[in-house]
Write a protein that binds this ligand. Structure first.
Ligand code: SF4
Ligand code: SF4
Length: 236
């Protein structure tokens, strides 16, 4: 059984458009039906600039009730910058629609392996009461943001003291955070996601068993992690 499928997130409606509009994520004023396919969302979308991704096309597919959109790689390209949201002349919000579609896809086990990268964040949050950049992401950030960023993260305490700031106050909140995660069903959901990822066992995609406790931080067995195994994660 799939735990904690949130019927408010992805209400069981007749059409994708209805589901997107009725989701708790969605404001009542959403202009989905008012979309004029002007393409302003795609024109302002950084992801669309470098890939085949198109928020306009996603909206079109939703309006046409084309369920194949759930299988499309397109819904995984958005990184929630909200440019489409602020640019749309019809008060539509492709980014919100993408969120609903992703949740629907996940509930159907589609693209669920994409969550593997992020599971480490939840695990760390439960353990320490603080979030972090997954180990596998550190090298990418080093590449994208440069050594200066890494240096700043490594010397954060020193920089803070130089600036007259107190030490970072990561209080022992993990008990409270754990209680929240527990009561919202996070742990069961996490277990379900891990089991689903394993179940899929896409050949050549998963390197290791997801439940392998001996894996190093940041090495969830995914292609992008392999070069960066054991990278120390930074708390953020
Ligand atoms: S900007 Fe708004 S109206 Fe134009 S295509 Fe995108 S969602 Fe539709
Ligand atoms: S929120 Fe997503 S769809 Fe909208 S502009 Fe940003 S990347 Fe593109």
């Amino acid at each position: 059984m799939m735990p904690y499928v949130n019927e408010y997130d992805t209400p069981d409606c007749k059409t994708l458009a209805e589901t997107a509009k009725k989701s708790i994520r969605t404001p009542e004023s959403l202009g989905l039906d008012r979309c004029i396919q002007c393409g302003a969302c795609t024109a302002s979308c950084p992801a669309a600039r470098f890939t085949d991704y198109s928020p306009r096309q996603i909206v079109k597919k939703v309006l046409e009730n084309d369920h194949s959109v759930l299988e499309s790689e397109m819904i995984w390209s958005c990184f929630y910058c909200y440019s489409c949201n602020v640019r749309c002349p019809r008060n539509n919000s492709p980014v919100t629609i993408v969120q609903v579609l992703r949740q629907m896809a996940i509930n159907e086990g589609i693209g669920i392996e994409k969550l593997g990268y992020f599971l480490e964040i939840g695990e760390y949050l439960a353990e320490n009461g603080a979030s972090k950049v997954p180990g596998a992401g550190i090298k990418n950030m080093e590449r994208d943001l440069g050594d200066r960023w890494i240096g700043m993260k490594k010397n954060l305490e020193f920089i803070r003291s130089e600036l007259g700031l107190s030490s970072r106050d990561i209080r022992d909140t993990h008990g409270e955070v754990q209680a929240i995660l527990e009561s919202t069903g996070y742990f069961e959901r996490e277990k379900w996601i891990k089991a689903k990822i394993q179940e899929k066992k896409v050949n050549g995609f998963l390197k290791t068993d997801c439940s392998n406790n001996e894996r190093k931080s940041g090495d969830f067995g995914f292609e992008s992690d392999r070069e960066y195994t054991g990278q120390e994660a930074f708390t953020i």
